[in-house]
Every structure is written in structure tokens, then in C-alpha cells.
Design a protein around this ligand. Sequence first.
Ligand code: NAD
Length: 406
Amino acid sequence: MAHHAEKITLNPGGTLKVPERPVVLFIEGDGTGPDIWAATQPVLDAAVAKAYGGERQLAWQEVLAGEKAFKETGSYLPEETLDTLRQFRVALKGPLTTPIGGGFRSLNVTLRQVLDLYACIRPVRYYQGVPSPMKEPQKIDMVIFRENTEDVYAGIEWPANSDEARRLIAFLNQELGCSLDGGAAIGIKPMTERCSKRLIRMALKYALEHGRKSLTLMHKGNIMKYTEGAFQNWGYEVALELGEQVVPEAELGRYHGQAPAGKVVLKDRLADNLFQQILLRPEEYAVIATPNLNGDYISDALAAQVGGLGMAPGANIGDGCAIFEATHGSAPKYAGLDKVNPGSLILSGAMLLEYLGWHEAAQRIHQALPRVLAAGEATYDLARQLPGTREISCSQFGQSLIKQMG
Ligand code: NAD
């Protein structure tokens, strides 16, 4: 049955109301963006068709950003694009080039800030057949929720010896008893209860809804007590809001060391320790919530452990608005060659399907991906690391995935 394309809206409780044929926006992206988008769209459409047999369909609508937008409208990020994103709520985005020089702000950062997409979410799991430096990469199955709006990434900093840095140092030394070197560069690390709690709340809700065993608060609160330390304390306060559903690790004794099904164990780990843990005992971690800088580092470290950024999906999500995106850049030297790996954008698309609640369609993609590799086919980046594997193009990789969906 053919349905009309309709807008995704919000239920009164703030959850998504997804029609059978939702309008989903896409931004092709710059450089290799059009190559990976062309390979990705048929995969997502096929996954939906195979899962729901025509009952559901994605109604793709393009919005302009980056070089294509500049050519057509004279602006890299037209106001119309932002309005459309606000209205239609869900988008899939290819990589955007940040032009160097001229003080141009990263479009990716601008999108996150303007739309208040406060959580950067990176699921990290291993697909059989992907080359990995780990002995047992299959033990890694984590989702990272990184705070996206504050911390040292707020961009509040001044160069050494600048007038602003000197004035601030004078204030800190004279008024607040510091003894800073007058020639220091200064950066500010703001972290609020509101932004920390909304991020942790989103991560905890995700863990509960997806039956994940634990949520770990990753922080460096032993050193940065009032910022990162507060992040940990605010995390435990959020847990209290959710009552019996969340069990702090220290109280696990009550449950003989193992939380009952349906409950989430709340852990906290110092950032440096967690970097060891994800190498040595990755199976003990499921969902991680962390401030901006820690999150940036651990997301890439974990992506490397399961085979690198070429296959790492991601999303930036706020309240009722979400942009799913390839986590790598626009790799301009390969633009138009139909060569690069579309895996990151395809898996970001699978995340999008899960966000819509279309898990059966996402599952088709997760199942088919290792079958492509098992059939001895991969794009150049993986093929060169896998002896005996035949190199296929970006579009062939998409087609092969569709074939493997059965
Ligand atoms: P990049 O990720 O574009 O490319 C670095 C190298 O990684 C490439 O030369 C290639 O060898 C490899 N690579 C990247 N994507 C690949 C893929 N899909 N398949 C196989 N190999 C792949 O990083 P860069 O060169 O530092 O950045 C290029 C541009 O992208 C810059 O303008 C940067 O600002 C932008 N960028 C955008 C995003 C984003 O949109 N989220 C993220 C990072 C960088």
C-alpha cells in the first residue's frame, strides 16, 4: 500500500511519532560525500523494503549544505536548511569540508550548536572479518554518549601574552588568590548541571530502553573536582530520578553481584583507567557517558579497536532533532572515483533506522555487512589489509550488501 510522505512529529511525552512514510532529510556532503551517499541510499531503501515489504518507506528530501549549497545559494549553510532540519527533525549527512582560512567556522560544529544537538553518540561494535588490532575485538560492544556543547570545547580561550589573557590572569591572581604566570595562555572549561544531566539522562534512558547492562560515567574528577567531579555527582543524581531501575555498582551486593534483568548498573571510572579497561576488559562496559574532551578521545580510540573510522557511524542528537553522519571527513583526493568505503554512512543510516524504531530494517544491514566480507569483497581500505580479498568499488560495496540481505 502506498502511503503519503509525512513529517515526523513529536508525541506529547517528547518521543518521536513516525509515520509509515516519513520525510527524512539528506545532505550529500562534499568531496567523497556524493560517492558514499549514492552507495548508501539504495542500501537503506532495500533494508526497509525487505523488512516491511512495502508497508514502510523512507521519503528522502535533500537539504543543501557545504560546497553544493554555496554554489547554488551563495551560503555554505543557508537559513532554509536550518529551518527544514528543525521542521523535519531527522537527517543523514555526508562529510562536509571545512574550508581552510578566512575564519570559516566548521559547518559540523555550527549545525550542532544552532540545533542544540547536545549528545554525540557513537556505537562501537565489531563486524566479523574487519581487520582489528585487538585479539578479541568481538568483546567490544559499546555506545558512547559524548557531551557536545561545553567543556574546553566551548572555544573560550586566549593566546599567551594577549591583552585578554593578561587581564584575566591579573584578575585571578589579585582577586582569587591564584599565582599564575603572566605569560600563560588561558582556556576556560565550563560545565553545567543542566547540560551534564540532560546528556546522562539520554544515555541512561538509552541503556534502559535497549536492555544494556551498565552505564559508566567516564570523568577525571580526581583532578578537576568541580567540573569533571561534578559530572560524576550529577550522574548519580540523575540515577536517583529513575529510582529502582538504576543500581549503583556499590550496591550490587544486594543483588549478589549481578543486577536483575531490566535494571542498569551505574559505574564510574576515571578517564585514564577507562582507557586501560577498554583494552583489557571491554566486555564489562556497555554505555559510556562522558564530557566533551574525554568523549572525543575515547570515541576514536574505540573506533580504532574495531577497525577504524572508515566503518564508524555516529549521530548528533538533541531533543526531537537528530543528524546521523559519517564520522570520517570528506577525503577530497578520492572524490568522484567511486572508491572509498561507504560503511560509515551506511551504518549511520542503520542508526537512523533504529532511532525511528525500525529495528528490523537496521538488523538487515548489521547482518549483511559481515557476509560481504566473508564473501571475500571489500573496498580498497579494507581489501589491502585482508589477503585474498577482492577490491570492489564504493557502489559495488552497497550493491553487494543488498545482495547479502537475502
Ligand atoms: P578525512 O577523513 O577526510 O580523510 C583522511 C584519510 O582517511 C583519507 O585520505 C583516506 O585515506 C581515509 N578515509 C576517509 N574516509 C574514508 C572512507 N570512507 N573510506 C576509505 N578511506 C577513507 O580527513 P581529512 O583529510 O583530515 O579531512 C578532509 C576534510 O573533511 C576537511 O575539510 C575536514 O574539515 C573535513 N572533516 C569533516 C568531518 C565531518 O563532516 N564530520 C569530519 C572530519 C573531517
